[in-house]
Design a protein around this ligand. Structure first.
Ligand code: SAM
Length: 461
């Protein structure tokens, strides 16, 4: 099917940005198919044996030669990898090359979770990520992707940026991957061309400055703000950096970029000197359009250092006392570095290391998920959760069963699986070493505990 034409005003804008000759290469690149890329989950090491090429700025990123059917790959459902556009994976290089200190990170516009899963992997056991999405339905998808990624270091929230004002000075790093006019997606999603207009660019820019107005002060002294969009125009990019430095104290950050990567650096002249922006054009990089800029808060800016309240009080959550936590650690085989909470009958675990920050976030925001849900107590019985199965936490007291691809897909569809001589009780099922969920063998029948809402409905390509 013919793609919608590029809007005339967009062409004029790109002429001005690239010059006439380069514009021709840019426009031509939009006629080629977009490449498919994935990022492996470094905490769930797995082998993907399809032909692939490394992405130079992301340790775990690969461009695939062909697009497989992800929804029919059990490894995708296990959180062993995430399908992400390759330019966006540059965030990995930013974190590593600047050695951004691990601590409390915020991803303000996080759904569906591409950059949050990347941040979560970078932080590992040494930090806490607040992954926020303002639109409720999108927060649900975000939650699912965070659960499947499985690191247990993330809090999923569903808030407007203005709800964060009590958390000023808390974050070591704030990522604002802003909603934008999407010019960089014109190849991957040609219909985005129909929604584009100069008016829409102005609307997006106004919305971005509203978001940034709440984000600038959230960064603690010495912390970083990363601003990104998937659009090319200056109104949504350079002008937003200008806006930030008019409103807040920030210092410029230059990212070391290799020439052969094809990324274009721009100098952003501001009242506080030159700042830097990085543009990814589809005729120069093996990915889609993207813009990113990094700013650093001066060391003497305000930093919030919360203390734990003597009595933890929350309208729904209850803290589990230390000696009961120890018992839980003992039965589960966890490492003792977690703190447990209950919500109704469900048990949740989060790392102990940043508890004052965690409890402040719990009190300030609309939390949709946090850490790892371990399981539920129901009428004296213990039901391990799918979240635990998909997490990287140990599950050593359970029987395990490795499924072949056909059986794994049947499990994920919640269909009956033919199995001989399996032990009674709870069984953790995996595919190629990656946990998928739980079966319970009652002797006369086997129950499948894969969550209904995640069930795959697709049968073939
Ligand atoms: N960071 C995501 C990822 O890598 O998967 C993509 C984020 S997308 C570019 C922008 C997100 O901003 C969308 O999920 C959108 O719902 C959210 N958004 C829309 N309006 C917003 C607002 N006023 N404040 C904050 N976020 C908003």
């Amino acid at each position: 099917m013919a793609k919608p034409k590029l809007p005339e005003d967009f062409k004029k804008q790109m002429f001005a940005l690239l010059g006439e000759e380069e514009f021709a290469s840019f426009a031509q690149s939009l006629d080629f198919p977009a490449k498919t890329s994935i990022r492996l989950n470094p905490q769930k090491r797995t082998n993907i044996d399809t032909p692939k090429k490394e992405i130079l700025w992301c340790t775990d990123g690969f461009i695939l030669e062909e697009r497989p059917s992800f929804s029919l790959d059990p490894l995708w459902h296990s959180g062993a990898y995430y399908v992400q556009e390759s330019s966006s994976m540059f965030i990995d290089w930013i974190l590593r090359s600047l050695k951004i200190p691990k601590g409390v990170f915020l991803d303000m516009s996080a759904a569906p979770g591409g950059k949050s899963t990347l941040l979560s992997s970078y932080l590992g056991n040494d930090g806490l990520l607040v992954s926020n999405e303002v639109i409720q339905s999108r927060a649900q998808i975000l939650k699912e992707n965070i659960i499947k990624w499985g690191l247990g270091n993330t809090i999923v929230t569903n808030n407007d940026p203005e709800h964060f004002d009590d958390l000023e000075g808390l974050f070591d790093c704030v990522l604002v991957d802003a909603p934008c006019s999407g010019e960089g997606m014109f190849r991957k999603d040609p219909n985005a061309r129909k929604e584009w207009s100069l008016d829409n660019v102005s609307l997006c820019s106004a919305r971005q400055s509203r978001i940034l107005d709440h984000c600038g002060a959230l960064v603690k002294g010495g912390g970083y703000l990363i601003y990104s969009t998937c659009t090319f125009n200056e109104k949504e990019n350079e002008d937003m950096i200008g806006f930030l430095i008019e409103e807040f104290a920030f210092k410029p950050v230059r990212i070391p970029v290799k020439e052969e990567w094809g990324i274009r650096e721009s100098n952003i002249e501001t009242s506080e000197g030159v700042f830097y922006g990085y543009r990814f054009f589809p005729h120069q990089v093996p990915g889609e359009g993207f813009f990113v800029s990094v700013l650093k808060r001066p060391d003497d800016s305000f930093s919030l250092r919360p203390k734990r309240a003597k009595d933890f009080k929350h309208p729904y959550l209850k803290e589990i006392r230390d000696n009961d936590s120890e018992k839980l650690d003992e039965v589960t085989g966890f490492d003792g570095n977690g703190k447990f909470y209950t919500l109704n009958d469900s048990y949740f675990r989060i790392q102990k290391s940043l508890l004052p920050e965690f409890e402040l976030i719990l009190r300030s925001l609309n939390v949709r998920y946090f850490g790892t849900e371990i399981g539920k107590r129901k009428g004296g019985n213990w039901i391990p959760s799918a979240e635990w199965a998909l997490s990287t936490l140990p599950k050593k007291e359970f029987s395990t069963l490795s499924l072949n691809r056909k059986q794994a897909l049947a499990f994920l569809r919640k269909e009956e699986i033919k199995l001989n001589e399996i032990p009674l009780g709870w069984i953790l099922v995996d595919y190629e070493g990656q946990s998928l969920g739980w079966l319970k063998n009652l002797g006369n029948r086997i129950n499948n505990y894969y969550p209904k809402e995640w069930r795959i409905r697709k049968h073939s390509d």
